[in-house]
Design a protein around this ligand. Structure first.
Ligand code: NOJ
Length: 761
């Protein structure tokens, strides 16, 4: 027995050592570009040869293809390249990339290669689900694989830099760009940020299939007031550090080569000229050594913000704050040289910005391999293994919000397929599509017909937006439903026009007459399966009460049809969980599960019914709506059920000093598949701390694990809680573990579970 436990102790120590070595090697790989003596000496010798104009040339970036914002009016890129006046181009793809590179590399004096960027957001040629959809998988290895595929495809076409991941925390479903991120939670958002960076950058930036990641939009952009895009943000420092900065820090720690400074003003200082976030936090505290690119014309926008009265001042404030590259504003190009000569901008500041940009160009191996020699991906058919992965990711991103037993469907049932998303390839691709093409997207109609043949009766019903034909078309959909056993109704938001950048909404309902269509179809009495295609949480109150099943499918990418069909028929058991809360009313937003308790929480007030005359007053509540979301963060059903054992802790009392050191506690629970089919569950660990120097959220996610369980099978899950999970930014703005009472839940959603407690003394 004694020998046995010593043997186990040795094995454990060996494993720990191995883990530490693996982690250190991973960090060493991912960050190897940041302080490589060879790269540094090449930068130094190149810098010595550069004129001021050539240095400033490296700081300019232009969109030389179809614009993703308002243009600068410049078109003479070939001439500028030859003169060494451009550091980066974007929105260029195909053979044009090599053509332009050839000018930089063969015709400019110093032959410095261009870094080509693009918004490769959820796939390059092979379109995956939108980032919000991908986040709902809670599967970091899948997200990493999807990002790797995007990197392989994009790099093949000479794109070595993506403006992704967007790691903005978003708590407001009105904001169109909620679709581009990983949801409302900083812990999950940080894990997702790391997964994207690993996928894009691979084990080394120098690998020709790696592309540099860009953590954006630094920072606070997701907190836009009123959910209106580009709007003001006011985020106190503690909230910034606690909620908005962590995913950026995670991206940086994982080795992200670049950051993008955001459009928004943050605490009255625009993020693209904010010395606190760009210099103090990013450079001084985190020691980031890559470069920062502005967002599209965000340096010029310092003028309407009111931070500058002219372009020269805007450029000066941006570069002094730490923005190295000017995307599209053309202000570094047109004003910096003169300002350096006049002594208004130190030459050393320009040198440092150039250093950071060259560092990434060297790290990517662009000086050795400036051209792509791979076959073009644009225009080529999609690779089978890439579409297979796209289908898997889509299947795992679906969130089953309701099911009264109608799902999975039975093969013998006749299906009325209704709605503007049923046979709509265009809207399967989502906001941002890089080189994705609608023709590659398989629609639900195509897949269902393949499976069921004439047992599918298709009737579109309405368009996405209201049109004059709606009344008649709704009637036709009702008639189609009457001939079927079940209706599958595909409704939602137009992917490009209603979600993503510049697509904020004040009403987050199903647009046009789609709800009317749903009600009419449900009015036949036939069971209705609602499929929601959206880039944000939409209000689904009526559906939640009145239809048989709801599956949130987001905008699922090229494999939409097969993924949904397999899910409808149980070949895929849905396992996605929400990463954003679904409100009951737009008046509830901003809405997020990890809110503070207030001094007047609902307490014993029954929130399971709408407030009425009997509901106690003087509570933090609405008089016309419940407090809770319709569907909370972490929620998602399955075709099976999972039961959770009580939670056990390794001990119930700890000292803050120990936990601020290396001490950790272990949290264990058993999860059982108590249903009749195999399924996957995302087990979530939450904590809540009270008695602390500043108040803490009612719950905070601090761990998650995905379990695959066959019917009847149980597995034990084990989490550890230590300094990094228990510390928070306290009253003295120190990130420490404080004495507290801590509740711990292990559950399948942010609103479930029975807590156990421990104390930190
Ligand atoms: C503006 C967007 O805010 C940003 O996300 C994007 O990367 C740039 N345009 C480039 O297209």
């Amino acid at each position: 027995m004694h020998n046995f436990s010593r043997f186990h102790g040795n094995v454990r120590r060996c494993c720990q050592l191995l883990l530490i070595i693996t982690l250190l090697t991973a960090v060493a790989f991912s960050q190897s570009w940041s302080n490589d003596p060879k790269i540094e000496s090449r930068i130094n010798s190149l810098l010595k040869q550069m004129t001021l104009e050539e240095k400033i040339g490296q700081l300019n970036q232009y969109s030389a293809g179809s614009p993703t914002g308002p243009g600068t009016g410049r078109t003479n890129y070939e001439d500028m390249l030859q003169k060494g006046q451009i550091g980066s181009l974007f929105n260029v793809t195909g053979p044009r990339v090599n053509e332009l590179q050839k000018i930089a590399v063969e015709k400019s004096r110093l032959k410095i290669p261009i870094i080509f960027g693009l918004d490769v957001i959820h796939g390059y040629r092979t379109t995956f689900p939108t980032p919000l959809g991908m986040s709902s998988t809670w599967d970091m290895s899948l997200i990493e694989k999807a990002a790797r595929v995007a990197a392989i495809e994009a790099s093949s076409d000479g794109i070595r830099w993506t403006f992704s991941p967007m790691v903005d925390i978003a708590r407001d479903a009105r904001w169109g760009r909620i679709v581009e991120g990983g949801g409302e939670d900083p812990f999950l958002g940080s894990a997702i940020a790391r997964a994207y960076v690993r996928g894009y950058q691979g084990t080394s930036l120098a690998d020709p299939t790696s592309i540099a990641a860009c953590a954006k939009h630094y920072v606070g952009y997701g907190a836009a007031e009123g959910g209106r895009d580009y709007n003001t943000t006011e985020i106190p420092e503690r909230l910034l550090r606690q909620v908005y900065l962590p995913p950026f820090h995670a991206a940086q720690q994982e080795g992200a080569a670049t950051f993008m400074s955001a459009f928004n003003s943050l605490n009255e200082v625009p993020a693209s000229a904010n010395p606190f976030t760009l210099d103090q936090v990013l450079r001084k505290e985190w020691k980031f050594r890559g470069f920062v690119v502005s967002d599209w014309t965000s340096i010029g926008e310092l003028i309407p913000h009111g931070l500058a009265n002219d372009g020269a001042t805007a450029a000066r404030k941006a570069i002094l704050a730490g923005v190295d590259m000017d995307m599209e504003a053309n202000l570094y190009f047109s004003t910096l040289a003169e300002q350096v000569k006049a002594g208004k901008v130190p030459a050393s500041v320009i040198d440092e910005a150039v250093r950071r940009i060259l560092r990434i160009k060297f790290a990517l191996g662009l000086f050795e391999n400036p051209y792509t020699t791979k076959p073009p991906v644009v225009g080529a058919p999609l690779a089978k293994e890439h579409t297979d992965l796209a289908r898997t990711v889509a299947e795992k991103s679906f969130v089953l919000l309701k099911n009264n037993g109608v799902l999975p469907l039975k093969a013998q049932q006749k299906v009325a397929l209704i709605g503007p998303f049923a046979d709509n390839a265009h809207d399967m691709l989502g906001s941002w599509r890089a080189q994705g093409e609608s023709k590659d997207a398989v629609t639900l109609k195509t897949s269902l017909e393949e499976k069921l043949g004439p047992k599918v009766i298709f009737s579109k019903g309405t368009g996405i937006l209201e049109s004059p034909q709606d009344t008649e078309a709704i009637q036709a959909a009702v008639e189609a439903t009457k001939q079927a056993d079940v209706a599958v109704v595909a409704l939602g938001e137009a992917s490009n026009e209603m979600t993503g950048e510049a697509a904020s909404r004040t009403e987050i309902t199903l647009p046009g007459r789609q709800l009317e269509l749903l009600k009419a179809v449900a009015g036949t009495g036939k069971p209705v399966v609602l499929l929601v295609f959206s880039g944000r949480p939409v209000i689904l109150n009526w559906a939640a009460e009145n239809v048989a099943a709801i599956l949130e499918t987001w905008h699922p990418g090229v494999q939409a049809g097969p993924a949904i069909t397999r899910t409808l028929y149980g070949e895929n058991n849905p396992s996605g969980k929400l990463t954003v809360s679904f409100p009951r009313a737009v008046g509830q937003v901003p809405m997020y599960y990890n809110h503070l308790n207030t001094g007047r929480p609902l307490g014993t007030v029954d929130d399971s019914v709408a407030p009425n005359a009997e509901t106690p007053k003087f509570k933090s509540r609405y008089i016309d709506q419940r407090n809770s979301p319709l569907y909370p963060f972490g929620f998602g059903l399955s075709y099976t059920t999972f039961t959770y054992s009580p939670v056990s802790l390794s001990s119930t009392s700890f000292s803050a000093a120990d936990l601020n050191g290396t001490k950790k506690l272990t949290v264990r629970a058993e999860v059982k598949n108590s249903g009749t089919v195999a399924g996957e569950e995302t087990v979530q660990l939450y904590i809540a701390q009270t008695g602390t120097s500043v108040v803490r959220p009612v719950r905070e996610l601090k761990g998650f694990q995905k379990l695959a369980l066959s019917p009847g099978e149980s597995k034990q899950v084990e989490f550890t809680l230590g300094q990094s999970e228990l510390a928070f930014w306290n009253l003295d703005m120190k990130n420490v573990v404080e004495p507290a009472k801590v509740k711990v839940w292990v559950a399948g959603s942010s609103d479930q579970g029975t807590p156990v407690e421990f104390t930190i003394n």
